[in-house]
Design a protein around this ligand. Sequence first.
Ligand SMILES: NC(=O)c1ccc[n+]([C@@H]2O[C@H](COP(=O)([O-])OP(=O)(O)OC[C@H]3O[C@@H](n4cnc5c(N)ncnc54)[C@H](O)[C@@H]3O)[C@@H](O)[C@H]2O)c1
Length: 254
Amino acid sequence: MDNLAGKSMMITGAARGVGRGIALAGARAGAKLWLVDRDEAALKETAEECRGAESVETLTLDITDVEAVRAQIAVLGPIDVLVNNAGIMQTKSFFEIEEEDWDRVLAVNLKAAFFLSQAVGKKMMEQKQGSIVNIASVAARWPRPLAMPYGVSKSGVLSLTRSMAAFFGEHGVRVNAVCPGAMDTEMLQRIGQERAHLFGGSPEEAILDYVGPIPMGRLGQPTDVAEAVLFLASDQARYITGQSLNVCGGWQMV
Ligand SMILES: NC(=O)c1ccc[n+]([C@@H]2O[C@H](COP(=O)([O-])OP(=O)(O)OC[C@H]3O[C@@H](n4cnc5c(N)ncnc54)[C@H](O)[C@@H]3O)[C@@H](O)[C@H]2O)c1
């Protein structure tokens, strides 16, 4: 597969999990990679694994720092594909959520995706082409009573996807979203621990509770999401914009 050959692709949250899977797939597709994360050591490890890429550069950055994001993007060359993947989740009951919990989740999952898209989207408009893929979640459409800031942020990501698709459409820039289900990453391990803390039982049992209702009977792997992202990012999806694609083993069917 070389459907991103010659294209430059920026992925946030690329140090581990889903973002790492997207980076490895982007490398196999022959892209020039810009990998972004705040965890420098893990980011370097991912970069070393990215075999097949035309080039691999890393940017150690907290994406909630809007000024730093703008300054970094301004000095880069063209960017053809942006994957807004970095995200955080916290399991907390309604009355325990603090203002800083709300602000942190919304800042990483939604605000950072907006301002990074604004900085990169300006380049894409000048290039008269580009593709932005936002990683949302099945939580965007389902109630999440134990992760309300997260659910709200991911619903916001879908709204942002549609609004940016409408804004950028005439400029040749497409914007789509992928909604993963329960993915086998460190984030899910943390969710298992938090749910075990709230409800008792072990983290492993809490994760198994997620698997039960998934028709395909397994957790998703980062590569499952990565292949969908690559399709939406590629010219094969040239007439697809403003859409969201569930990658969840059939867990959510709307
Ligand atoms: N794991 C799941 O079950 C699941 C389900 C649905 C959606 N998602 C979404 O997929 C995306 C990736 O999730 P994951 O499971 O790989 O998570 P993860 O926690 O395993 O990895 C997230 C990465 O993002 C980076 N990151 C977080 N905040 C950052 C910031 N401010 N600046 C720079 N980097 C930052 C972290 O350092 C980490 O490397 C997220 O948007 C998440 O909401 C995950």
